[in-house]
Structure formats: C-alpha cells, structure tokens
Design a protein around this ligand. Structure first.
Ligand code: NGQ
Ligand code: ZN
Length: 466
C-alpha cells in the first residue's frame, strides 16, 4: 500500500482525512473515497475523488465490528487447556482449568492481560468490546475497598488501547438451578443484589472518563441467578444492554428441564421481558420453536463460533435463525484466538460440515456469504453493545478497518468478493490500519502500543505461570 503522506499516529483529536482506493459505505461499495473525520465521527464521505496531499492514503475500507462477548482474562490461558486429562475432557473440565487460572489473578495482571486482548482485538478488526465481567473480588473472595477495582482495570485497558468498551458487570450468586450455593472456586464472582447495585454504581463511575463507554449488566446464566434475582436485575440496567449466557451445554438444558419443566431459552422467553436490548450468548441448544421465538423477540444471538468449537459446545441453528430474520453478532468469548474474519468463517463452516452444503448463511441467490455475515455482525453487534449503529456514512462512528489491497488474498477483488476473500481466504493478516472513534490505533497490522503491551503481558504471564 502506498503511503505518500504519513499522519502522526499519536494524533489524538479524532480528526483526519483518509483516502481509500475502495470503501464499503453504508450505501454500498464505492471507489476513490475520502472520509473526513471530526470529533470521532465521519464528518463527510465523498466517492470518486482524487487523493490530495493532506489525505492519508489507504487500501480498502470496511467498518470495524463489535466483539459482543469477551472474558478478557481468559486470553492468558489460551492454549493451556488442550492436554488430555484423566477422564473425558469437556466444557466442565475446561472450566476447572479456567477456575484455577483465575484464582491467582491480581488487579495488575488482569489489566495487563486485558490490554493484550484488546490490542489484539483492534488488530483483528474489532473496534468495540462487550466485556462480560465477572471477576469482582480478591483471590480469597473478600471484597476490594472499591467494588469496581477490577472493573476499573478493564476500563484502564480499554483506555490504554483505545477500543470502545461496553462493560457488562456480571451478577453471579449460585452454582446451579434453583439457587444452589456457589462453590469456593466461584468466590471471586459472587454478590447479593445490594452488593451488585453498589458494583454497578462503582462501575459507572469507573468508566465515566472513558469516551464512548456504555455500561449494561449481565446475569451470568440461569444457573447463577434465580428468577427473583433476574426480575430484580432488569430495571437496574436503566435501558442499557442485558446479556446472559444460555443453553450452551446440553447438561445445562437437562438441568433446566429438571428444575422447571422448560428448556433454558423457552424459560427465559416466557419469564423475562426479552427484547431488542437483550443479548442471549450462545443459545446453542434450541428446538425449532425456540429458534423462531428468539428470532421474533428482537434480541441478539451472541455467537462465539471459535470458542464454541474449542469448548465442544455444539452448533447454533444459524440457518433457521437467520432465515427467520434473527439478529446476531459475534464474540471472541474465551479469547483462545482473536480474529473477526475467522469467527464468521467458523460460523459458516459449522453449517457446511453438518449440512453438507456451501454458502448456507448467504441470504439469497447471488448474495455473498462473507459480506452478508460481516454486515449482519455489524448491525447485531452494535445493537447488543448499545453502541451507535456501525457503518461508513456521514455522521457515523469513525470505526474503520483498512485492508491491504496488495494482500494476496485480496488481489484483484472488487465489491463483496473482498469480504468473501477476507473471511474465507484471508483473516487478520490482511488488516492494515484501524481507527476507533477517529483515532488511529493500528498501523501496518500492529497496535501502536503493542510492543509495550506485549512486553508487560509476557512479564505478567511468566510470574503467573511460574
Ligand atoms: C464463563 N464461559 O463464564 O467464562 C463461561 C464458563 C460457566 C463460557 N461459557 C463458565 N464460554 O458458564 O459456568
Ligand atoms: Zn462467556
């Protein structure tokens, strides 16, 4: 890619003039596009213009995506649960490893790991993260003086990297359906409703200085919150996003049926005011009827295909859900690997492998699978994170990913073929620059603070795993 004019990447005013060979504007693909950035937004989008001396020249522009579900700290254990244990490894044995990993995490380590995860997310095409944050207390389970001590570390990591943050403080009180007492390994997560209200207030304060931050909330799962607690939590969201893990494992479905006579998604749709501000994370195991009801509710299905594959969860009924007009977004969840394109590829490949067909999630004949998935995840992700609608348009957020037009996977590609090739043949290696709220955070595929963040991360991991 040519770079006739170098813009100082440390410029932090959210202003700038970018010129792209091609851009996926909200109105469609356009050539020779200038995006004028001001105040963190796109002030003007002009197509068919010549680059001028003040323009930073770039390759191909696509909108950055929201990563709607992350547990940042789990980045630090990526790859450390891939050795066979004594008897039948599964989601629950992985969770034991994860619980052991988090037991010793200090606030400093939590921030260092989150900073790495967020820098990688920006490098991988995500411009906002929904942090499903449930690590609240000290290793011994005692509350920190500031209930938002660890939430503040998440906010600091977001501030340091520049990624947009939707913080979802998690309510966690029980180890199973019917209010079963929490276990010792869960002591860092647990609050009662009063404690949670204080945490929420402190979390709002901890993110107040962070530009564009949104605070929602998240009952962890139907395992971790009783019906009464769930009902008490909903109004605390004050109109912000509400996320919940649901129906990820067949054992969870069986336990829910044993407890209530209903399946998890069925139970939630019956009992809670599920609407467009809700995000049901995973929703893997649904009957055809539940699938249609979830699509009709307007809630977003929070799909995490790489993690769901890694944990052996099962397959979300994506074909039926999308055909019914359901909204979806993608999340990197366990952060075992961070790549927006690869999440979408894995989503489609799951369908191909089970249904033995191709282009199964494309909307219609002639429709591109990659572009359809990118656009779908763009809309659903912003909805789920309470963020302004993404998309490159005048007045829209300046959350922009530039792709290398000279990357082999994108050679001579035009229009939606760019996204098909990015999703199926490229991935994060094709990403060049990333702007979030008008500020350039990634150049040449590397986060501007990446070196320091990686060094600090390495130091923290050496101590943790010593
Ligand atoms: C979590 N993660 O909270 O980190 C969960 C595992 C659980 C995923 N479900 C723990 N991927 O659900 O109890
Ligand atoms: Zn999760």
């Amino acid at each position: 890619m040519s770079a006739a004019v170098k813009i100082d990447p440390s410029r932090s005013d959210g202003e700038g003039r970018l010129w792209f060979e091609r851009a996926l504007l909200e109105t469609g693909w356009a050539e020779a596009v200038r995006l004028t950035l001001a105040g963190g937004r796109i002030a003007a989008a002009q197509a068919g213009v010549r680059p001028e001396a003040e323009d930073e020249r770039c390759g191909i522009a696509v909108p950055g995506l929201c990563n709607l579900h992350s547990h940042a700290f789990q980045r630090g254990m990526a790859g450390l649960a891939e050795t066979r244990g004594p008897a039948g490894d599964d989601f629950w044995t992985w969770r034991e490893v994860m619980y052991r990993f988090l037991a010793g995490l200090t606030p400093e380590a939590t921030q260092a790991i989150a900073a790495l995860a967020y820098a990688e997310m920006l490098e991988a095409g995500f411009t906002r993260v929904g942090e499903f944050h449930y690590l609240h207390h000290a290793p011994d389970g005692r509350a920190y003086d500031d209930p938002a001590e660890l939430a503040a570390r998440i906010a600091a990591a977001a501030g340091q990297t520049g990624i947009g943050l939707t913080l979802l403080p998690v309510f966690y009180a029980h180890s199973g359906f019917g209010g079963a007492p929490s276990s010792a390994a869960q002591r860092r997560f647990v609050n009662d409703l009063d404690g949670f209200a204080r945490l929420l207030e402190a979390s709002r304060a901890a993110t107040a200085g962070l530009e564009g931050a949104v605070v929602g909330l998240a009952p962890h799962s139907l395992r971790a919150a009783t019906p009464d607690e769930l009902a008490a939590l909903v109004p605390l969201a004050q109109g912000g996003p509400i996320h919940i893990h649901i129906a990820e494992q067949t054992r969870e479905v069986e336990d829910c049926v044993a407890w209530s006579g209903r399946r998890p998604v069925e139970w939630l749709l019956d009992a809670a005011p599920v609407d467009a501000r809700w995000c049901l994370v995973h929703a893997t195991h649904m009957t055809p009827e539940e699938t249609l009801r979830l699509a009709a509710s307007g809630a977003v299905a929070g799909l995490c295909p790489i993690t769901e594959a890694n944990l052996g969860d099962g397959l979300f009924p994506a074909g039926a859900f999308l055909a019914a007009g359901g909204a979806f977004g993608i999340g990197s969840d366990s952060n075992v690997l961070i790549d927006a394109a690869e999440e979408l590829r894995t989503l489609e490949y799951g369908q191909r492998l089970t249904r033995r067909g191709r282009n199964l999630l494309a909307a219609a004949e002639g429709a591109s699978t990659g572009a359809g998935l990118w656009r779908g995840a763009l809309a659903g992700g912003a909805q789920a994170l309470g963020a302004p609608a993404g998309g490159l348009r005048a007045g829209g957020p300046a959350d922009i990913v530039s792709l290398r037009s000279d990357h082999p996977a994108l050679a001579a590609r035009a229009g939606d073929a760019v996204l098909d090739s990015l999703v199926f043949a490229g991935g994060r290696g094709a990403i060049d620059g990333v702007w979030r709220a008008g500020r350039k955070r990634v150049s040449d595929g590397r986060h501007h603070q990446g070196e320091a963040i990686r060094a600090r991360y390495g130091q923290v991991l050496r101590e943790l795993l010593a």
